[in-house]
Design a protein around this ligand. Structure first.
Ligand SMILES: Nc1ncnc2c1ncn2[C@@H]1O[C@H](COP(=O)(O)OP(=O)(O)OP(=O)(O)O)[C@@H](O)[C@H]1O
Length: 229
């Protein structure tokens, strides 16, 4: 069973936005790493929001791990997302006044099954920090005191904790130089590999492609429409 299965999706942003997106099919297999390339404004973030269930398609279905998230109520969808998907946002979205552990453990609060997959969340958060190259004593630091590179690692630890079957990442390397980008991807792939986690990463940088099982382009999987205003 694919971990992600989009079929016949259609979505138009409400209000004055002229942008509409159609995705006939997108499948990601268990443990598969996929790079989704597309230029700015091609609808990559919109597609990720549809996958995460933060917006609902006007038509079509999004199945995550076999469950049709489009059929769930708002609250159930939020809980399901927390259980099944680790999300790494472009801006990391850490709670600035929370500690590193507060941030890493956050998804577990809303996801009892994900929580139950690990015996000791605090120990797991510490282990993740260390394996991601963060100093051990950083776990008590406030997120706002971290460097960008450290924030990025915390965002990865937060996505990985409790081994969700799918990690979705929106341009997580865009703020990094080439060396840091490569190191960041090494860490992300090693962690995903260890737990058969599927990874769907969005970027506009085709050079990242060689590291992934599969590279797809927005142009190949989606039709977009920008009506005249
Ligand atoms: N919150 C929103 N409300 C209304 N329209 C939106 C919203 N977010 C995006 N759009 C519309 O969707 C289009 C595609 O935006 P989207 O962010 O999905 O593209 P992208 O490929 O992720 O771009 P980028 O690489 O610059 O992040 C935008 O040009 C805009 O018209």
């Amino acid at each position: 069973m694919p971990v992600l299965n989009l079929s016949n999706i259609g979505y138009r942003w409400p209000g004055p936005s002229p942008f509409a997106l159609a995705v006939p099919e997108l499948l990601v297999a268990e443990g598969e790493t996929v790079l989704l390339l597309g230029e700015s404004g091609s609808g990559k973030s919109t597609l990720l929001s549809l996958i995460c269930g933060t917006i609902l398609p006007d038509r079509g279905h999004v199945h995550i791990a076999g469950v049709d998230v489009t059929g769930l109520s708002g609250g159930a969808r939020d809980k399901f997302r927390a259980e099944q998907i680790g999300v790494i946002f472009q801006q990391f979205n850490l709670l600035p006044f929370g500690s590193v552990t507060d941030n890493i453990l956050l998804p577990l609060r809303f996801a009892p099954k994900r929580r139950s997959r690990i015996a000791d969340p605090l120990a797991e958060a510490t282990t993740l920090c260390i394996s991601l190259g963060l100093p051990k004593d950083i776990i008590h630091a406030k997120a706002s005191t971290l460097s960008v590179g450290q924030q990025q690692r915390v965002a990865v630890a937060r996505a990985l904790i409790g081994h969700p079957p799918l990690i979705v990442a929106d341009e997580p390397t865009s703020a990094l130089d080439a060396t840091s980008q490569a190191a960041f991807l090494d860490l992300l792939f090693a962690q995903a590999d260890a737990h058969q986690t599927a990874l769907l990463m969005v970027s506009h940088d085709p050079r990242l492609g060689e590291r992934f099982d599969r590279v797809i382009r927005m142009d190949d999987i989606a039709q977009i429409e920008r009506a005249a205003v």
